[in-house]
Design a protein. Structure first.
Length: 150
C-alpha cells in the first residue's frame, strides 16, 4: 500500500477534522499502519518479541501526541506534545534499526525515511508554536532617538 492509496481509505471522520491538514499527523498515521504489519513480522521471532511491542507503542504515540497537542489552547502546550511526538518518532527509528535483521534493509530504510520526515516537520512545528505565543510583541514606546553633543 502506498501513501496516496492509503489516504483514500481513511474514514471521513478523520479526514474532515482540521487536524488532517497537518502533514506530520497524516504521515504518523501512515507509518503506524505500516508498523502494524512490521510488528506482526517481528512477533514471529522470539528474539524480537519485546522489540515489537515497544515499536508499536512508539509508532502509535507519534500521531496521538500530535493530535493531543493540536487540540491544546496555547503554543506552549502544543509545543510540549509535539516534542513528545518527536521523541516517539526518534524512538521508533531506533526500534526499526534494531529490527532490521528480521524486517529487511529496504523496509527499514523506507520506515526510517518516513520517520525522519516526520521528525523534520516536528522540528519546524515546535519552535513555531513556542515562538508564536511566548515572545512578546514588539512595543513602540514612542521614544525618539535624539543625538545630543555634550
Amino acid at each position: 500500500m502506498d501513501y496516496a492509496e492509503r489516504e483514500r481509505t481513511v474514514p471521513e471522520a478523520i479526514t474532515s477534522d482540521p487536524l488532517w491538514r497537518v502533514e506530520a499527523y497524516r504521515l504518523a498515521l501512515f507509518v503506524a499502519d505500516l508498523g502494524w504489519h512490521d510488528v506482526t513480522k517481528l512477533m514471529s521471532d522470539r528474539r524480537t518479541l519485546s522489540l515489537a511491542g515497544q515499536m508499536y507503542r512508539a509508532l502509535g504515540s507519534i500521531g496521538s501526541n500530535i493530535g493531543e497537542g493540536y487540540s491544546r489552547g496555547t503554543g506552549r502546550d502544543r509545543a510540549r506534545f509535539y516534542e513528545y511526538a518527536l521523541g516517539s518518532a526518534r524512538e521508533s527509528r531506533d526500534w526499526y534499526y534494531k529490527g532490521r535483521h528480521i524486517l529487511g534493509e529496504s523496509v527499514v530504510a523506507h520506515r526510517l525515511n518516513l520517520l525522519t520526515q516526520i521528525a523534520r516537520l516536528l522540528l519546524v512545528m515546535i519552535p513555531d508554536q513556542r515562538g508564536r505565543y511566548i515572545r512578546e510583541e514588539r512595543a513602540d514606546y514612542g521614544v525618539q532617538n535624539s543625538e545630543k553633543t555634550v
